[in-house]
Design a protein around this ligand. Structure first.
Ligand SMILES: CC(C)(COP(=O)(O)OP(=O)(O)OC[C@H]1O[C@@H](n2cnc3c(N)ncnc32)[C@H](O)[C@@H]1OP(=O)(O)O)[C@@H](O)C(=O)NCCC(=O)NCCS
Length: 215
């Protein structure tokens, strides 16, 4: 397992160098976005190629990545990938023999009451968050979101899955499990939170059925 935090705020020359690592299909996808989305996509994808190249002993441009959009996928079934970006910070993960999902978010400014209205937390999670000291709540609820999204990205369904059904171990500071997924915090700059979810490849169902609870 290799995980890397990526600075997505870099000079134009670094973006230009990163573009040279991407395939025509990746560049085409990146260039559909606004300049900031384009550069974020380019830098994140180049970082994913670099890390996968390091693991596979290939040059980044030679890494056999399926074309975007969607879950990043290598044309090698035993190696799995995931990536995420939030407000200038990216995280990429490359794993051998397991399924992986990663998510990074800037710590939210929203209150618990506001988040409750968005309905992505289960009642048991809301209660656990409310029991924390107020100063810990913003980071804890952002971590909660990153854990949910890491699992949903590991499953490959993203936000087509229902985050309320992914029940997180709220009081624990980043470590824990959800069903067969092992959760680990990823080191990122202060003000951001990132979570990694890893599961044995054979345990991942092909399809996430509606209403399935992951605990
Ligand atoms: C994929 C998704 C989880 C990304 O969430 P996000 O917090 O906006 O973005 P992140 O930076 O964490 O991750 C983005 C990367 O995840 C990867 N990704 C895309 N679809 C994925 C999926 N189904 N599973 C795992 N990873 C996926 C891509 O590499 C993507 O990078 P890109 O935006 O450069 O293509 C989310 O956009 C999604 O599920 N979309 C599909 C459902 C949808 O469109 N819902 C309406 C909007 S809420």
């Amino acid at each position: 397992m290799r995980v890397r935090c990526v600075d997505l705020v870099v000079p134009p020359a670094e973006v230009a160098a990163a573009r040279r690592l991407l395939s025509p299909a990746e560049l085409c996808y990146a260039d559909r976005g606004s300049p900031s989305v384009r550069d974020r996509r380019v830098l994140l994808r180049a970082a994913l190629r670099s890390l996968a190249g390091h693991v596979l002993d290939l040059s980044p441009a030679a890494v056999p990545l399926a074309a975007p959009p969607g879950r990043p996928r290598l044309l090698l079934p035993t190696v799995d990938l995931s990536c995420s970006a939030s407000a200038g910070v990216g995280v990429v993960a490359v794993a051998y023999g397991v399924r992986v999902g990663v998510d990074v978010e800037r710590v939210a400014g929203a209150t618990l009451a506001e988040v409750a209205e968005e309905a992505w937390l289960a009642p048991v999670e809301l209660a656990a968050l409310a029991a924390l000291p107020v100063l810990q709540q913003a980071e804890a609820l952002t971590r909660c979101w990153t854990q949910k999204e890491a699992v949903l990205k590991g499953l490959g369904v993203g936000l087509h899955g229902d985050p309320r059904t992914v029940l997180t171990p709220v009081p624990h500071r980043g470590h824990g499990s959800i069903s067969d997924w092992q959760l680990t915090p990823v080191a990122v700059p202060a003000g951001w939170v990132a979570s990694l979810a890893v599961r044995p490849a054979a345990a991942v169902p092909q399809l996430l059925s509606r209403g399935t609870r992951y605990r």
